[in-house]
Design a protein around this ligand. Sequence first.
Ligand code: SF4
Length: 342
Amino acid sequence: MTLLQVDNLRVRYDTPRGPLWAVDQLSFKLESGEMVALVGESGSGKSTTALAILGLVPYSGGTVETGEIWYGGRNLLALDEREFRKLRASEIALVFQDASAALNPFLTIGLQLAEVLEVHRGLSRREALKESARALGDVGIPDPESRLHAYPHELSGGQRQRALIAMSLVAKPKVLIADEPTTALDPAVALAVLDLLKREREERGAGVVLVSHDLELVHATANRVHVMYAGRVIEQADAHELFERPWHPYTAALWRARARIGGERQHRLAAVPGAPAELTALPPGCAFHPRCELATDRCRRERPDLSGLRRAETGVSLSSGRRAACFEKERVAGAHAEAFDA
Ligand code: SF4
C-alpha cells in the first residue's frame, strides 16, 4: 500500500543572488513497511524535501512552487496550518537531527513525551507518563522511570537523541521522516535505533523516509534510494543494485569516495572531486558536468532526464525499473562496472 506519494515537487528560495530551486521536479513513492533514502551532498535538496513533506517550507523562507504530496487521500500541500499541525507527530513525524535544539530545555523529558500522548492519543497524564517510560525503555534508555524526571541537559547527547526518537515514535505515526537520525550516536546506540525503526516498519507497517549522508547506513537499511544533486534526483534504484553497480558518475563517485580516505572506511560524502553546484548559478546542460570525467559537449549543452538504459550491457539487469539522468549511463553501468565492484 502506498503511504506517501510526492509528485513533481518544486521548491524555490529567493536569495540576494537571485532565485534558486532547492528541489526541482522531485517524484517518489513510499510504500507501507518500506524505507526510502534520499542521499546527496549538502545543498542537494534532501532536507528541503523533508521540510516540504512536513509542511514546514514556508517557515524556512521557501515557497512550494508546484507539485503534490499525497497522504491518506489528501494533498498535503493543500492543507492549512491547523490541519497540518494535527498530522504532524500523530501521522507524519520527524526525527530531528539536532536533539539539543528540538527538546524544550525547561520541561522534563517525561512531560514532553506525555504531552504528545495526551494531545495525539487522548491519554490521561497518568497513562501518558506510564507509556512514556515504556517508550524510553524501548529506545534503550536505562532506568526509564527515573529519567522521566530529568531535564534535557541532564541526559548525555546520545540519550537526548534517543529521547527525541522516542517522542517521534510514541504517537505511532505511519510515516517517519528520519533526518540523519544516527549522526550523534555511538555505533551501538545507532544500531539500537535502526533496529527500532525496522521494528516500526515490520510490526506496524510504518514507512520511513531516511535523509542521510551515511552511505553504509543507507546500503544496509534502505529498500530504495534516490540520489539527489542540485535539487534533482539523478539516480533512483533498489539500494543493493544502486551501490553494487551505479549508473550515474556521481553515485559512483560517492560510493568510491566513502572507502578511499586514508585507507579507512569513510561513510560521508565529502570526497567527491570538485565543489557542489551553486544553486543560484547552475551550469548549462548537466549540472554535474564541471565535476564529471565523462562529460562531453552534449553534456555541456543539454540536461539529461531520468530514464532507463537504452540497451543491455553485459551483466546489467534491465528489469528493475531503475533510472538515471546521464547521457553516458550505459558506459558507467557496463564498462566501468568492475571498478565499482572492487
Ligand atoms: S550527463 Fe554527462 S556530465 Fe552529466 S553525469 Fe552524465 S556523463 Fe557526466
